[in-house]
Design a protein around this ligand. Structure first.
Ligand code: HEM
Length: 493
């Protein structure tokens, strides 16, 4: 500590008053944890303390502090050990929970599998999933307007298909085979993880309730199922040794390492397949579901996306090339604004690996810091008209090299970090953005959505990821554009 300069330590920070001995353990509102952290930040400032028995935790909503923490991984900070242990316990022992050298090795292969070049090469498979989605939706609306339609389920299926295709080289096709069980088992994982991470005593280890047993059955199913993918890929490599040099997907790339000095173990391969499935599906599908919330709230945004579709693809055109995705600037801005207002992973859990000074505050080795993301992203401090949904804030002014957000002026566009940051920035960010634009274009081109019940309040439900509770939508074939709108939007069809 001798070389560190600081004027305060975390102990000088304020925070809500906890109960004697237990501290804040019983104060946490598990279903709205991120909102509770945001509320406390309004009262106690951007850095404040909580206590769980004898464990001190600082919550940081400060973008600079958070950026520093993100940037200084894996050397100075790691993810919460308890979080990693709970995730590993269910077998998801991969790049998300790995640390140090093991993380570096796993990150390298993950990042390569998801880099721009690979996503581009994989693009035709995304289009295939989008075509299936369109056909499925056509069938649904051909029966008439679909009231209270479970659109979020379709987004889950589409993102599962994209991820399993890219990562495992397996076409699960859950969009067409609506009966696929895998995703139903996978859906149970995040809510259960949330419960386990937030239980001070791991009762699930000692009392096998029906819920615990059901969850364990799901884990068994997933283990067997993913195991089959590994066996199939091993066969492919045996039959075609050229795949060792040029693996065609993430799973093959991991298996190909068996040939090298530092091979991955079966558990590492399994854990990373599992990680990809979980990390790629829940986050992206929830973000798309939140997008459908804003589209229903603002029908004019649906129209603007349609106008962009017309401009980029022409009348009755289809997405054909990867390059066209870059032209969907407004649609991309819609998605970006959704990730600002509804960041689906609002809390990231960090721990200091050494005594560290961040923004003049000393945090000792082992100290826990929750990097809270939704607070800054929705704060007037960093974004003008912060509470409003304004996709245009992310559009470049014509002929002007505007960087980031024209609305925030002197404020900070990088105060939002829905994909984390630093060396552990989400490696699936690009894939998520590309597939989301493709699915939104598919949705808006031929269909429209509206609230099933305008008076039903849609709530943010925290279940490890942040989900939309009470979102009920009607799903319809696209209406004819009115003459008035045609004039306003310069529609010609
Ligand atoms: C809208 C969609 C998504 C969001 C909002 C999101 C968000 C995040 C966040 C916040 C993190 C933690 C980053 C950090 O600690 O700094 C993360 C990590 C990760 N994400 Fe994503 N993600 C999304 C989609 C995806 C997709 C599509 C994949 C892959 C198919 C993916 C794979 C991963 C992996 C493997 C990690 C762990 C990285 C590491 O620890 O080094 N994510 N994601």
């Amino acid at each position: 500590m001798t070389n560190l300069n600081f004027s305060k330590t975390y102990k000088d920070l304020d925070g809500p008053k906890g109960k004697p001995i237990v501290g804040h353990i019983f104060d946490l509102e598990k279903d709205r944890l991120h909102l509770q952290y945001e509320d406390w930040a309004k009262e106690y400032g951007e850095l404040y303390n909580l206590k769980f028995l004898n464990i001190n935790v600082t919550v940081s909503t400060n973008p600079d502090t958070n950026a520093y923490i993100f940037k200084n991984r894996p050397n100075k900070f790691r993810r919460f050990k308890k979080l990693a242990d709970v995730i590993n316990e269910v077998g998801v022992d991969g790049v998300f929970t790995a640390e140090g050298e093991s993380w570096k090795k796993q990150r390298k292969v993950t990042q390569k599998a998801l880099d721009n070049k690979n996503v581009k090469a994989f693009f035709p498979s995304i289009l295939t999933v989008a075509d299936r989605l369109k056909n499925y939706w056509d069938t649904q609306v051909s029966k008439g307007d679909q009231l209270d339609y479970p659109l979020s389920k379709d987004f889950i299926r589409a993102t599962v298909d994209v991820t399993t295709n890219l990562a495992f080289g397996y076409d699960m096709n859950t969009v067409e085979n609506q009966t696929n069980d895998t995703q139903e088992h996978v859906e149970k994982i995040f809510p259960q993880l949330n419960k386990r991470v937030n239980s001070p005593i791991p009762l699930y280890k000692y009392f096998k309730t029906a819920e615990v047993k059901d969850f364990e059955e799901s884990l068994k199913y997933i283990r067997e199922h993913l195991g089959k993918f590994i066996t199939q890929a091993e066969e492919r490599l045996k039959n075609d040794p050229s795949l060792y040099e040029n693996p065609s997907n993430f799973l093959e790339a991991m298996l190909a390492s068996q040939d090298k000095d530092d091979p991955f173990t079966w558990d590492e391969i399994f854990g990373n397949l599992y990680t990809m499935l979980l990390a790629g599906e829940d986050t992206t599908s929830n973000s798309l579901t939140w997008t459908s919330y804003f589209l229903s709230k603002y029908p004019e945004v649906q129209e603007k996306i349609r106008e962009e579709i017309r401009q980029v693809l022409g009348e009755n055109g289809k997405i054909k090339s990867f390059e066209q995705i870059q032209q969907f600037q407004y649609t991309s801005a819609v998605f970006k604004e959704v990730t600002r207002l509804k960041p689906v992973t609002p809390n990231l859990y960090m721990q200091c690996l050494e005594d560290t000074v961040v923004n003049d505050v000393l945090f000792p080795k082992g100290h826990f810091i929750i990097t809270q993301l939704s607070s800054a992203a929705r704060s007037e401090e960093y974004f003008e008209k912060a509470k409003e949904f304004i996709p245009e804030r992310w559009l470049k002014e014509k002929d002007e090299p505007v960087v980031g957000c024209p609305f925030h002026g002197h404020k900070k566009a990088d105060a939002m970090k829905p994909f984390g940051g630093g060396p552990r920035l989400c490696p699936g960010k690009f894939l998520a953005e590309v597939e989301s634009v493709v699915f939104l274009v598919t949705l808006m081109k031929d269909f429209e959505i509206e609230f099933y019940d305008k008076d039903l309040e849609v709530e943010e439900l925290f279940a490890f990821t942040m989900q939309a509770k009470n979102l009920k939508l009607n799903f319809k074939k696209r209406h004819q554009v009115s003459d008035k709108l045609k004039g306003e939007l310069n529609y010609s069809n």
